[in-house]
Design a protein around this ligand. Structure first.
Ligand code: HEM
Length: 478
């Protein structure tokens, strides 16, 4: 018995319509879901086996979900494999099923040691050291040679993130992360993302839970691999715990002090590393892609950075980069057009609620098609073009996402990304160094205007073809 004017679950495709489009659904769900929202409206629903999935694709509906129903939409949906990985859902920020006391405590610790303005300021030396390593690596080993930009930026950002978390580098210094151990760690982390982000059979048909040996085996393997990544660092810290500190306290110290177990710490470090590096790396890769493609924009960015750097012995400094308005607009435009997390992370309705006059039942998966909102011509003029100027004209549309739901690269509401400011600082520093000190050309004399911007979905929106570029130290720095 629904109140007057309230309809049952949101409209959407039936199972045959989904199967008809299955290839697009699997390969590019953000596009498949956008297409469906054009047929069924800004709030759609469909069933995957036993599971109801609801998808919002307009600023108004997302605002209703994340703002009006902030508490109800604050649950996280976890694929069943998570429950088989020790401690992964008990001690987690990203994958906490609810905003419970553990989640609050961990977000508070994260705020103090990673996310706050103060923590970000005190980590500026860590960022600088690692970006200088990257610069040295290019100068000494890569001039005139092909560089895989994603690999190099990923290695740099991984070391920034792990130093922030544990005061230690994970990768062997400044390169493309191609050392034997680096490759192994990278493969393990990729596996964690791939294996835990897809719905398994037991998610679709919970009755299979009792015979789901395969899921349990996979979870065990994931757990062994992530243990391998952190074992040395955690063991070393346990051995020195209680000794007088010779460095500033870090995230790992504080987890130990708060009596988190080694399993919990392993899981927390892994999720922070994944959350902090993948999306940030891809933002830098997409920004470099757009700058290489658009020569005029590149020139304007270089000029803006150089004008500031000239007054400081031609060195780049984080504090002036945040004042380079056009460069900042380029970063914001990249996060719009190449939204790193196109469907955000899956929310879960913790209670039944009404959105846009439809019922969303408790425990539905709630997805936000951030990408669809960012490329919708109802929200953005000339939405498919890379036009940084739009963020000079609308400076109020910022990454916070609490007032302008047409721009929410970091989500909004209780589960909003706490790492947005670190991400912005890291992307701006890495890209500023790359464009200030080097000219970049494409292999085989390829025309930069023809550089592909086709994307590939895997929770994070990747560039389908790797970005290979050849660096040449710019004349004035020779
Ligand atoms: C450009 C880079 C980044 C983008 C686009 C991004 C985007 C997002 C999005 C869309 C969410 C989901 C919000 C929701 O559930 O509605 C999220 C969650 C999260 N992000 Fe980020 N993120 C980025 C970088 C970072 C960094 C650098 C860190 C850590 C240092 C980080 C840590 C987290 C955490 C811990 C969560 C989970 C929050 C929670 O569930 O309470 N992110 N991020």
């Amino acid at each position: 018995h629904l109140p007057f004017g309230i309809k049952n679950i949101p409209p959407g495709p039936n199972v045959f319509q989904i199967l008809w489009n299955i290839s697009l659904f699997v390969k590019k769900p953000h596009i498949a879901l956008k297409n469906l929202s054009e047929t069924y409206g800004p709030l759609i629903s469909f069933r995957l086996g036993a599971q109801l999935v609801v998808v919002a694709s307009s600023p108004l509906v997302v605002e209703e979900i994340l703002k009006t129903h902030n508490r109800i939409s604050s649950g996280r949906y976890l694929p069943s494999i998570y429950y088989n990985i020790p401690e992964s859902s008990n001690a987690s920020i990203v994958m906490s099923r609810e905003c419970n006391d553990t989640w609050k405590n961990l977000r508070r610790i994260g705020q103090n040691y990673i996310f706050s303005t103060k923590a970000i300021e005190s980590a500026s030396e860590i960022r600088k050291t690692n970006v200088m390593e990257m610069l040295k690596f290019i100068k000494s080993k890569k001039e005139g040679k092909i560089v895989n930009i994603e690999h190099m930026v990923y290695a740099t950002l991984t070391n920034i993130m792990t130093t922030l978390l544990t005061s230690r580098n994970l990768f062997g210094g400044g390169g493309e992360g191609e050392g034997a151990n680096d490759k192994k760690v990278k493969a393990f982390l990729n596996e964690v993302v791939e294996d835990t982000s897809n719905l398994g059979l037991t998610d679709l048909f919970p009755i299979l839970n009792v015979v789901d040996f395969w899921n349990k085996e996979k979870a065990k393997a994931i757990y062994q691999n992530v243990k391998f990544i952190w074992a040395d660092i955690i063991n070393e810290r346990s051995a020195t715990q209680g000794n007088p500190p010779t460095r500033a306290q870090d995230f790992l110290d504080i987890l130990k002090e708060n009596a988190y177990t080694d399993d919990e710490i392993t899981s927390l470090l892994t999720e922070q590393l994944i959350a902090g590096t993948d999306s940030t790396t891809m933002s830098a890769v997409w920004l470099m892609t757009e700058l290489i493609k658009n020569e005029e924009i590149m020139c304007r960015v270089r000029e803006e950075i150089a004008n500031q750097a000239i007054e400081r012995n031609n060195t780049i400094n984080e504090s002036f980069l945040s004042e380079c308005r056009y460069f900042q607009a380029c970063i914001r435009e990249t996060l719009r057009l190449h939204t790193p997390a196109p469907l955000g992370l899956p929310h879960r309705a913790i209670e039944t609620c009404i959105v846009n006059n439809y019922v969303i039942p408790r425990d539905s998966i709630v997805l936000l098609n951030i990408w669809a909102i960012h490329v919708d011509s109802n929200n953005w003029e000339d939405a498919a073009s890379f036009k940084p100027e739009r963020f000079l004209e609308y400076p109020k549309v910022d990454v916070g996402g609490s007032r302008h739901f047409e721009y929410i690269p970091f989500g909004s509401g209780q589960r909003q990304c706490p790492g947005s400011n670190i991400a912005l600082k890291s992307v701006q520093l890495v890209v500023a160094y790359l464009v200030h000190y080097f000219d970049w050309s494409l292999p085989d004399g390829m025309d930069p205007r023809k550089l592909s911007t086709t994307d590939k979905f895997s929770i994070i929106l990747r560039k389908e073809e790797p970005l290979y570029l050849i660096p040449k130290l710019r004349n004035q720095y020779n």
